[in-house]
Each structure stands twice: as C-alpha cells, then as structure tokens.
Ligand binder design. Structure first.
Ligand code: C5P
Length: 243
C-alpha cells in the first residue's frame, strides 16, 4: 500500500556518484523514490541505478526527458525498461507518434511520464519558436493540450506544477498520474529558490498530486532526514483529511 513517505521523490541533483550515494544512504528509508537526471546518469549510469535499487526500498525515477525520432525513442525506452525503474520521462514535443513509441518501448515495464512545457520556457520564447499566440500567450492551454496528447498516447501521467494538477485531473481523469515539482513546505524556512509556481506538500496532495519532487527543502535542511519526516507528516495530515 502507498504510504505518505512514498509520495516523496528526492532528486539526486549532484554531479558525482559518491555524493549521490551519501544522499541515498541518508534518505533511503524516508523517501519513496530517488530521481536520477541527465547529469548524474551521464556520469554514473545504469550501475548507480542498480546500486540504489539494491541498497534500500526506494524506487528510481529516471528523468532523461527523451526526445528523438519514434524508432530511437522506442529503443531507448526499451533499454530504460530493462533497468527496472518505476518512472521515466519523455518530452511531449510535437509528435504523438513519438509518445506512442515511448509507451511501446516501455512495454508496461516502466511508467512513462510526459514532460509538457518546461517551467523555464517563457511566452516570448514559444512565440519565437513558432507557436500560435493562443498557446504562447497562455501556457496553461499548451500544458493541457500536451497532457491530453500524452494521455491519448498511453502515458501513465505527466510532470506538472501544483497549480495545474486540479485542472489536469478534472480533464484527464484521476488515474492519470501527476508528478509535481516546485514544492515548498510552509514552515521549512526555505525560499522558493528558482521555482516560480510553488505550493506546499499538503496543497499538492489535496489538489490530487500523486508524487511530489522535493529537492532543496530536504537537501539544504540542517537535518535532511528530519525534514523528510516532517514533510511525510504534513502529507499524512492531508491524506487523513482527504484520503
Ligand atoms: O525542490 P527543488 O526545486 O530543489 O527540485 C528541483 C528538481 O525538480 C530538479 O530535479 C528539477 O529537475 C525538477 N523539476 C523542476 N521543475 C520542473 C520539472 C522538474 O524543478 N518543471
């Protein structure tokens, strides 16, 4: 059964295997999943993924954000599936065929998440890239369109901000998983850093997020383990009120 700590995805945003391993040792029993991104995967690769899986109960989210021709994405995702990770990402990009290829490559062995619009993207950049004003002006519309494309292609869910979860769940169904970064605990004494659309862990869960990506509020805390446990308690509180 999914418990409160299982909602927490901790990103291993560090450049070396030894730094990643220290964090995994520290947090393996207090978070549900570790996210391995491009920087660490390029450095430490499948070996580190296997090590994380052996060292404790936490799962692995491989965040490589694939984007290529469908045949290549399908073969790459088949290799990702071999690693036994729980989540893997693909850009929603401009082609539903590519998303379908990712799902086909996954073969039901890994849950594929679509990345809709990177939060670093501005309306001016989208306009410059040729997007119609309707979508470049209103990122929310573009997120919804790409989320629907991911759902129709068979993806398990998407990565989205806590402010988008409710409309995504309403439009695309409760079973479509929402993984939410940009989480900041109220009393954690941390700033929003470079995250623009932040919500608290309790707000995210109440709005329907299935998993919360929480990095700096845990990593930069005086006691990261205690910070993770406090967040788990906050999630538990939100689940108790809205199971
Ligand atoms: O909690 P913190 O801001 O430190 O989390 C940063 C993590 O969230 C990074 O691993 C980053 O890739 C991920 N992320 C994000 N914004 C998105 C998607 C993912 O910050 N829109």
């Amino acid at each position: 059964m999914k418990t409160a700590k299982d909602y927490i995805v901790f990103p291993l945003d560090v450049p070396s295997s030894s730094q990643a391993k220290s964090l995994v040792h520290l947090l393996a029993n207090d978070v549900g999943m570790f996210k391995v991104g491009l920087e660490l995967f390029i450095r430490s690769g499948p070996e580190l993924v296997r090590w994380i899986q052996q060292v404790g109960p936490a799962r692995v989210f491989l965040d490589l954000k694939l984007h290529d021709i469908p045949a290549t994405v399908q073969r790459a995702m088949a290799q990702v599936a071999e690693l036994g990770v729980y989540f893997a990402t693909v850009h929603c990009g401009e082609s539903r065929t590519m998303l379908e290829a990712a799902v086909k490559g996954a073969g039901g062995r890994v849950n594929v998440l679509g990345v809709t619009v990177l939060t670093s993207t501005s309306p001016a950049e989208l306009a410059e890239a040729g997007y119609r004003e309707r979508y470049s002006r209103d990122l929310q519309q573009l997120v919804m369109k790409k989320a629907a494309m991911a759902r129709d292609a068979g993806c398990a869910g998407i990565v989205c901000s806590g402010q988008e979860v409710h409309s995504i769940k309403t439009a695309l169904g409760d079973g479509f998983q929402a993984v939410t970064p940009g989480i900041r605990p109220v009393d954690g004494g941390v700033t929003a850093d470079d995250q623009s659309r932040v919500v608290t862990p309790a707000m995210a869960v109440r709005r329907g997020s299935d998993y919360l990506v929480i990095g700096r509020p845990i990593r930069d805390a005086a006691d990261p383990r205690e910070a993770a446990r406090d967040i788990t308690a906050e999630i538990q509180g939100a689940l108790t009120v809205h199971p």
